[in-house]
Design a protein around this ligand. Structure first.
Ligand code: TUI
Length: 317
C-alpha cells in the first residue's frame, strides 16, 4: 500500500488511476480497476450523454468503490455530459484535450473532484487557479492525443509550479515507472496502455496482441498537421495519414480520414487500417493480466525498487 495525497483525496488504496481511453475504458474496465483498489475511469470519448449515463449506472452496479468519468473536451456532447455527471453523482471527473475551466464551478458545486489532464506548466497553473483538486501531468510518451514535453521533464516542473497533488502519466507501466514518478514529485500515476492489455477490456484481441508484440520504436506520432497529434502504433493507417499530410490535404480531409479509425481497430480488430492508440511503453508490456494482478504486480515491484534504492543509500556492496 502506498499512502499519498492522491489515495487520501480519492479514498482509494493505491495511487494508480486508469486512463480514460475512448472506446476502451468502459464500465467493465473501470469497475475492475476500482475493485482492485485503484481508480477506474469510464471514457466518455465522443459518446452522447445518455450512453454515458448508462455506463455510469452500470459501473455503480459492479462496484461500490470510487470511480471517475473522463470528459474528452473536444466532444460535441461535453456540456451535456457535465450535466449528466452532476445528476448521477459521479465522485471524480478527469478531463482531456482542452481546458475544462468553464465546467469546474458546476462540478465543484456537486462535490465532484476535478482532475484535468495537462500537457504544460502554464495549463497546470491555470487549472489550479480555476479550482482543480489535482492534475494529471501527461508526457508525450502517452498514447492517443498528446502534448510535446516528456514526462521526465514535465512532472518536476509542474511539481514546482503548483501546490495541488500531481498524477504522472505517459510512459508508466511498471513498478519502476511508478517509483520514478513519485521521485519526480508526483503523488500517483495514471496508466493507459498497461490497462488496455487487461483481461477485463472488451476490445478485439488483435488490438491487445499488437501492443504485446510492439517494440520500443513502434509507437509513432501521427496527424501533427491536424493540430491534434496522436500517438499510435505503426501500420497502414499511420503510413496513409502521413502521405495525406505530405500531399497538403486540408483539415477536413484529414479529419474525414481519421474518423472512426480507433473504433475500427478496437472493435473490428482491424489493426492494419485502424488507429491503434498506445504509448511508447508498449514495448514493455508482454502479457494480459487482470486489473488486480496488474496493480498488485506494480505494487510489489515498487517495494523491490525502494529496497534497491535504500541499499544504494546505505552504501552496500
Ligand atoms: O485526451 C487525451 N487523449 C486522447 S483524446 C482522444 S480522442 C482524439 N482523437 C483524435 C484527435 C484528438 C483527440 C484520444 N486520446 N489525453 C489527455 C490530453 N489532454 N493530452 C493532451 C491534452 C491536452 C491538450 C491541450 C489538454 C489540454 C490542452 O489544452 C489546450 C488549451 O485549450 O489550453
Amino acid at each position: 500500500m502506498f499512502n499519498t495525497r492522491i489515495t487520501k483525496l480519492l479514498n482509494i488504496d493505491y495511487p494508480i488511476l486508469q486512463g480514460g481511453m475512448a472506446w476502451i475504458a468502459t464500465h467493465k474496465l473501470a469497475a475492475a480497476v476500482s475493485n482492485a483498489g485503484g481508480l477506474g475511469i469510464i471514457a466518455a470519448g465522443n459518446l452522447p450523454g445518455e450512453l454515458v449515463r448508462e455506463e455510469i449506472r452500470k459501473v455503480k452496479e459492479l462496484t461500490h468503490k470510487p470511480f471517475g468519468v473522463n470528459i474528452m473536451l473536444m466532444s460535441p456532447y461535453a456540456e451535456d455530459i457535465v450535466g449528466i455527471i452532476c445528476e448521477e453523482g459521479v465522485p471524480v471527473v478527469t478531463t482531456g484535450a482542452g481546458n475544462p475551466g468553464i465546467y469546474i464551478p458546476k462540478l465543484k458545486e456537486h462535490n465532484i473532484k476535478v482532475i484535468p489532464v495537462v500537457p504544460t506548466v502554464s495549463l497546470a497553473r491555470r487549472v489550479e487557479k480555476q479550482g482543480a483538486d489535482a492534475i494529471i501531468v501527461e508526457g508525450t510518451e502517452a498514447g492517443g492525443h498528446i502534448g510535446e514535453i516528456t514526462t521526465m521533464a514535465l512532472v518536476p516542473q509542474v511539481a514546482d509550479a503548483v501546490n495541488i497533488p500531481i498524477i504522472a502519466a505517459g510512459g508508466v507501466a511498471d513498478g519502476r515507472g511508478f517509483i520514478a514518478a513519485l521521485a519526480l514529485g508526483a503523488d500517483g500515476v495514471q496508466m493507459g496502455t498497461r490497462f488496455v492489455c487487461a483481461s477485463e477490456t472488451d476490445i478485439h484481441d488483435n488490438y491487445k496482441e499488437r501492443i504485446l508484440k510492439a517494440k520500443d520504436r513502434d509507437a509513432l506520432v501521427a496527424g501533427r498537421s491536424t493540430g491534434h497529434p496522436i500517438r499510435v502504433l505503426k501500420n497502414n493507417f499511420t503510413r496513409d495519414l502521413s502521405n495525406l499530410e505530405k500531399s497538403n490535404a486540408d483539415i477536413m480531409e484529414l479529419e474525414k480520414f481519421t474518423s472512426g479509425k480507433l473504433k475500427r481497430a478496437a472493435y473490428k480488430g482491424d489493426v492494419v487500417d485502424g488507429s491503434i492508440m498506445a504509448g511508447q511503453i508498449s514495448g514493455l508490456i508482454n502479457e494480459i493480466q487482470s486489473c488486480r494482478d496488474i496493480i498488485e504486480c506494480i505494487s510489489g515491484e515498487a517495494r523491490g525498487v525502494i529496497e534497491r534504492l535504500s541499499s544504494l543509500k546505505d552504501g552496500d556492496k
